[in-house]
Design a protein around this ligand. Structure first.
Ligand SMILES: *Cc1c(COP(=O)(O)O)cnc(C)c1O
Length: 407
């Protein structure tokens, strides 16, 4: 079976983790701090806090920004559930918008239409690693009539004076727009280092800050270092130094720090990340070459004059089929020993959001993207031969199903 996206766990990773295990310091410490610095350098943000998941990074961030009861946060309908759940747990209302007809990312005109006097944030999701149209989103929130609608409820909101733009960059670590990487394209970006993501720490995430210069990012870094550790004024490592045991709890915080065991994996992953991106790019290009010759195939847009994907997911679409045919195609592909996936089931199709009143018919583009989508395997050591096996398996499965429908 060709797997969908196995993590790269080799001797280099095992040695790095063993070194941490043997060092006597396994929780947040020097490796985590180094990992944060290297992410900041790589994405060119103003500071970065490593956490134990994208989800917890988002929770802590929304708490700090003061998002809660009565607030609205705009998100795409086409995303993973974490994007909505964190907003719901903050007590705010997720407001979903449809995909842009050109691709899987959210529609900017739909975002504009969704803005009300209660809108506090826009969470743009870089689906498959392809950056959203951040020039347009960043310009939109700065328009005078949009700013006039905005009601700041907390000091940080007052300071910004407009809707904050949050990038759900769970897929897009290393992606670029206008020569700048995600992490430096919006006010704040949150990454996921979950096992299936491009860069993994088994579980993990990071918040990269890039707020305007009148925000003190050194102070933000200090505040968040405490916030992710119960609000304790000193972390465990600081307390071990020279009988420095006494600490204060400045506010009730969260508990979602990254450990040095995780960071050790991340440091190895980051060191060879370009190699990973280069291989992913080659695989994308092989899929493009193969499928662009098939009349039924709709290849994903992953590179434009101003944007380059992080090559996270290859979202192939099969023209003219419905959900049932897609599911049958997936079954046939699986029978040929190839693992594929679907990204994503739009949120309005899931019980939790349907029960909150979201209706799929209000998101026709998202449904159109979902119903004929199949994500193909992409990872560092998928060989050229395996790519050809995937291509053939998809072609045979599609022809089998389309043939049966008398196409
Ligand atoms: C994976 C993912 C998340 C959640 O990341 P975790 O690290 O598992 O919390 C959020 N948003 C999107 C789009 C994702 O794919």
């Amino acid at each position: 079976m060709i797997p969908f996206s196995p993590p790269r766990i080799d001797d280099k990773v095992i040695d790095a983790v063993s070194e941490v295990l043997r060092s006597g310091w396994i929780t947040t410490g020097p490796k985590t701090k180094l990992f944060e610095k290297q992410i900041t350098n790589y994405v060119d943000s103003k500071c970065t806090i490593a956490v134990n998941s994208w989800t917890m990074g988002m929770h802590v961030f929304l708490h700090w920004w003061g998002i809660g009861e009565g607030d609205e946060v705009i998100i795409p309908a086409y995303t993973y559930c974490a994007t909505a759940n964190t907003i719901i747990h903050a007590g705010a209302k997720p407001v979903m918008v449809d995909c842009d007809p050109s691709g899987f990312n959210l529609s900017i005109p739909a975002v504009r239409e969704a803005i009300t006097e209660r809108t506090k944030a826009i969470v743009a999701v870089d689906i498959a690693g392809f950056p959203c149209s951040y020039n347009e989103i960043n310009d939109l929130v700065k328009e005078e009539q949009i700013k006039a609608k905005f009601h700041a409820a907390t000091d940080v909101q007052k300071k910004l004076g407009r809707i904050i733009v949050i990038s759900d960059a769970a897929h897009s670590f290393g992606a670029q727009m206008n020569g700048k990487r995600t992490g430096s394209l919006t006010d704040v970006s949150i990454f996921s280092f979950h096992a299936v993501k491009n860069l993994t720490t088994a579980e993990g995430g990071a918040i990269s800050f890039n707020l305007p210069d009148d925000f003190d990012h050194e102070s933000i870094y200090r505040q968040f270092s405490a916030k992710i550790l119960h609000g304790q004024s000193k972390d465990a490592l600081a307390k071990t130094v020279n009988g420095n045991w006494r600490y204060d709890v400045e506010e009730p915080g969260f508990k979602c720090n990254m450990t040095d065991i995780q960071a050790a994996i991340g440091l190895v992953e980051l060191e060879r990340y370009q190699e990973n991106l280069d291989r992913r790019k080659q695989i994308f290009e092989m899929y493009d070459r193969f499928f662009s010759n098939e009349y039924w195939a709709d290849c994903p847009i992953h590179t434009t004059t101003d944007k380059t994907t992080s090559y996270h997911l290859y979202q192939l679409r099969i023209k003219g089929i419905d959900e049932e045919q897609r599911d049958l195609i997936i079954q046939k592909i699986t029978e040929k020993g190839v693992s594929v996936n679907v990204h994503f089931i739009p949120l309005p199709l899931l019980t939790a959001y349907r029960n909150r009143g979201f209706k799929m018919e209000n998101y026709p583009e998202a449904y159109a993207k979902f119903k004929n989508e199949v994500s193909l395997p992409v990872y560092y050591n998928l060989t050229n031969e395996e790519v050809q096996i995937v291509c053939q398996a998809v072609k045979e499965a599609v022809e089998h199903v389309l043939g049966r429908q008398n196409y």
